[in-house]
Design a protein around this ligand. Structure first.
Ligand SMILES: [Fe+2]
Ligand SMILES: [Fe+2]
Length: 270
């Protein structure tokens, strides 16, 4: 990563660390712990992670760290929401595995146009050789195809499919909160060689643009706890913006503008 972006990202993380942890993480520790255990110990997930490791878009801010957070948070949402639908614990945990496979794969084509559709195609192909039923493969692929923001979702054919798709979307959009300002925006801007001065000039629009996602959460848990992620991200973003404005005055002009130009906004259009 460019040295300026690296420095600004580290400072952004320092700023963000002064803010509270979202209630989702404080309230649902047991579900998150179960989700994390499944994510790191289930053989299908271990195998899938190993297979796609070379394709992770770490330098675009949508790599293993992003996929892991989406998978663990999404798995917890499935556990919490699924209590109502599943009477057999093994079936509920199977739904978590499907969600986490989708979490690992959902952004594997993040730099392409229509990346959700492209990612779904990759998932269908890759999972063909996994011990999954055709219905389960479709469940994962449909969840990935439906995870893009501000696009009308297609309804899924099964209850499990709908739950997995909705949970994937919500866990992915949790990332529009603090993570956007501590991680994603810096990697995406660096990848696209965006001019730092331009990034700063786009910040107010981007911070406010993020608010639009608040009304799109799809599960009960997402609707209840998702907006707090977004509000928290916006508060952190505003503080970072003030910091950036001060920094821009002190950065040498050549240094601030030595990484080209791009049209990327400050929020990651997932
Ligand atoms: Fe994502
Ligand atoms: Fe995405």
């Amino acid at each position: 990563m460019n040295e300026i972006y690296s420095r600004l990202m580290n400072e952004s993380r320092r700023i963000a660390s002064r803010y509270e942890v979202p209630e989702f993480y404080r309230r649902f520790k047991p579900a998150l712990a179960i989700s994390r255990r499944i994510f790191y110990h289930n053989p299908l997930l271990i195998h899938c992670r190993a297979l796609i490791s070379p394709d992770f878009m770490d330098d675009f801010g949508h790599g293993i760290q992003h996929a892991t957070k989406v998978s663990v948070d999404g798995g917890a949402i499935v556990l919490l929401e699924g209590e109502k639908y599943f009477t057999v614990q093994a079936e509920l945990e199977r739904a978590v595995v499907l969600l986490q496979l989708a979490g690992l794969l959902h952004d594997c084509r993040r730099t392409e146009d229509k990346h959700a559709f492209a990612g779904a195609q990759v998932a269908r192909k890759l999972l063909r050789d996994f011990p999954l039923t055709p219905v389960e493969v479709t469940c994962v692929a449909e969840a990935i195809a439906n995870h893009e923001a501000f696009s009308e979702p297609q309804s899924c054919g099964t209850l499990t499919g709908q739950l997995v798709a909705d949970a994937l979307y919500d866990a992915d959009k949790f990332r529009w909160g603090p993570d956007n300002f501590t991680h994603t925006v810096w990697y995406m801007s660096n990848y696209r060689q965006m001019d730092v001065t331009e990034l700063v000039s786009r910040f107010p629009w981007g911070v406010n643009g993020i608010l639009r996602i608040k009304d799109t959460f799809r599960t009960n848990i997402g609707r209840q706890y998702g907006p707090e992620f977004i509000d928290l991200g916006v508060r952190i973003g505003k503080t970072i913006y003030q910091y950036l404005q001060r920094q821009l005055d002190t950065l040498p002009i050549a240094e601030a503008s030595n990484v080209g130009e791009s049209g990327e906004n400050v929020h990651s259009n997932e």
